[in-house]
Design a protein around this ligand. Structure first.
Ligand code: PEP
Ligand code: MG
Length: 562
């Protein structure tokens, strides 16, 4: 039990701050290697039967008390636990003298291999199958079931790490904050949490020692988790929430005090995100991470499935700009059906646009689906490719998109080579969008998942800013839009620097929009330019940010609590 008053430090994502009880995500139980053969096979079989039935009943019960995706996931898993064939094979193995947990593991491995080979719907059920196995093992070992716990009150989710799929299974209505021992600030779980407006602190040493039910105060802006907060902390958090709500009252389009416009857009990953964004003053979507549609699947979504989702997104945001980013799989977003498992440096390997070399049908189907959505809705999306490295890749992508009637085509600037050749790249496309998460990773040669190197990944690193500046300059020269859609756009101080460098749009989680809008509105373009110059002139990231803050207006600093 972590002592009252202990402050655990990590890396915060977002600016939110909340207090609540801990709910722990439990790891999968480990099957002991020396499991004995049961002395009484009949009794062992009865126990296994009972464990399966108990797991199924528990899941049904939980599904009945949930709604939406969570209920669907739980019902599908319950159905798997009720499957007669699965149980029968385990019982047969026990009859043949195998220890029960080993028998269960072997049967599940066999089923999983069959499901994966069958592809489609069955392959998608492998996760459920593993979930049933882990729950039955936990029951037989007499330990708590693994995974995201069922929430009965608003709670702070604490985990060693969360896969994007775990995050998707969270009951958002009851999730106050997410705290993880591992992960990095630009890892995808952190990004999804940010997108959902859930305060998140990653790389919190000691998070795993927190106990379920312990009260904690999570401050994403400070990157801290305080155990046992007093009334003073609760009051301070309430005051911050009130100040944030006041900022959210300004719903005007983004722009400086002297009328220079900076489009403020939302980052989304799903149709539900699009619907949520549509209810905010976001001027559109600057980054639709379409690979979210492909995650946790054994086969790619079909053209028709994709066209349905893209049409839904376009309709939800009708009248606003929507930038669709083509599939960005690989590295931290591995896909069972395309990623090469033997890559030693996946972030430098066959990922994102480079999948054109090994699985060109993926991008072709996706662009066809997007063209179909355009035809169905009569709404024209913007489209861009991730991880472009050369001018010829940019030209090739533009030709593919245009051949399908997609008119506004761009690429992401995430690899330093493209920032250095920004002018030539921009000659091939209609716009670019800078992905500062990857641009920082590749410029600083620092894995974005390694939270302990977060200082090197800081987008205030002057070398990263130089590349942003070079790209923005090229955009100005050619009169083409240059956006930023990496997490850095959601930092109000960085937003001023980016505006000063000539970036024309900023895309972020919708929760970050009010503070960014407010910061920009408090400064003239000339002030933003001076702030950018100061950040660029600094010797390092910390100095650069401090210099930028120093030049901000007093009203902005006060309003943002800086
Ligand atoms: C980025 O790299 O900054 C970006 C926006 O793309 P992603 O985070 O999805 O890699
Ligand atoms: Mg990226």
């Amino acid at each position: 039990m972590t002592e009252q008053g202990t402050v655990l430090a990590g890396v915060g994502v977002g600016r939110g701050a909340v207090c609540g009880p801990v709910a722990k995500v439990r790891p999968a139980p480990v099957v002991p290697s020396d499991e004995p053969v049961p002395a009484d096979p009949a009794a062992a079989k009865a126990e296994v039967e009972e464990a399966f039935s108990g797991v199924a009943a528990g899941l049904r019960d939980q599904a009945g008390r949930s709604s939406g995706t969570v209920a669907e996931v739980l019902s599908a898993t319950a159905q798997m636990a009720e499957d007669r064939a699965l149980r029968k094979q385990v019982l047969t193995k026990i009859d043949k003298g195998e220890p029960p947990l080993h028998a269960l593991n072997a049967v599940v491995a066999n089923f999983a291999a069959m499901f994966t080979a069958a592809g489609g719907y069955l392959a998608e059920r492998v996760t459920d199958l593993h979930s049933v196995r882990d729950r039955v093992v936990a029951t037989l070992l007499g330990v708590e079931p693994p995974g995201v716990p069922e929430l009965r009150e608003p709670s702070v989710i604490v985990a060693k790490d969360l896969a994007p799929a775990d995050t998707a299974a969270l009951d958002l209505d009851l999730t106050l904050a997410i705290v993880t021992e591992l992960g990095g600030p630009t890892s995808h779980t952190a990004i999804i949490a940010g997108q959902l407006g859930i305060p998140c602190v990653v790389r919190v040493a000691g998070a795993e020692d927190l106990e379920a039910g312990q009260d904690v105060a999570v401050d994403a802006a400070a990157g801290t988790v305080l155990v046992g907060p007093g009334d003073d902390v609760r009051e301070a958090f309430a005051a911050r929430a009130a100040a944030a709500a006041a900022l959210a009252e300004d719903v005007a389009p983004g722009g400086t005090a002297d009328g220079h416009t900076v489009q403020l857009l939302a980052n989304i990953g799903t149709l539900e995100d699009a619907q949520r964004a549509a209810a905010t003053p976001a001027e559109g979507v600057g980054l639709f991470r379409t690979e979210v549609l492909y995650l946790e699947r054994a086969t790619a979504p079909t053209k028709a499935e994709q066209a349905d989702v893209y049409s839904g997104v376009l309709r939800a945001l009708e009248g606003r700009k929507v930038v669709v980013r083509t599939i960005d799989a690989g590295a931290d977003k591995p896909l069972a059906f395309v990623t090469q498992p033997d890559e030693e440096n996946p972030a430098l390997g066959v990922r994102a646009y480079r999948l054109q070399r090994t699985a060109p049908e993926l991008l072709e189907t996706q662009l066809d689906a997007l063209a179909e959505a355009q035809a169905r809705t009569g709404i024209k999306p913007w489209v861009m490719a991730p991880m472009i490295s050369t001018v010829s890749e940019a030209a090739e992508f533009t030709a593919m998109a245009r051949a399908r009637g997609l008119e506004t085509v761009g690429v992401m600037v995430e690899v330093p080579s493209v920032a250095l050749r920004a002018r030539m790249v921009l000659e091939e496309v209609d716009f670019v969008s800078i992905g500062t998460n990857d641009l920082a990773q590749y410029t600083m040669a620092t894995d974005r998942l390694r939270g302990e190197l977060a200082d090197l990944l800081d987008p205030f690193q002057p070398a990263v800013l130089e590349l942003v500046a070079a790209t923005a300059r090229a955009g100005k020269e050619l009169g083409k839009p240059v956006g930023v859609c990496g997490e850095s756009a959601s930092d109000p101080v960085m937003a001023l620097v980016l505006t000063g460098l000539g970036v024309t749009s900023l895309s972020m989680s919708t929760g970050a929009l009010p503070a960014v809008r407010f910061a920009i509105r408090q400064h003239t373009l000339a002030q933003c330019e001076a702030i950018a110059e100061a950040a660029l002139a600094a010797r390092g990231a910390i100095d650069g940010r401090a210099a930028a803050v120093e030049l901000m207006t007093a009203t902005a600093r006060e309003g943002l609590g800086l």
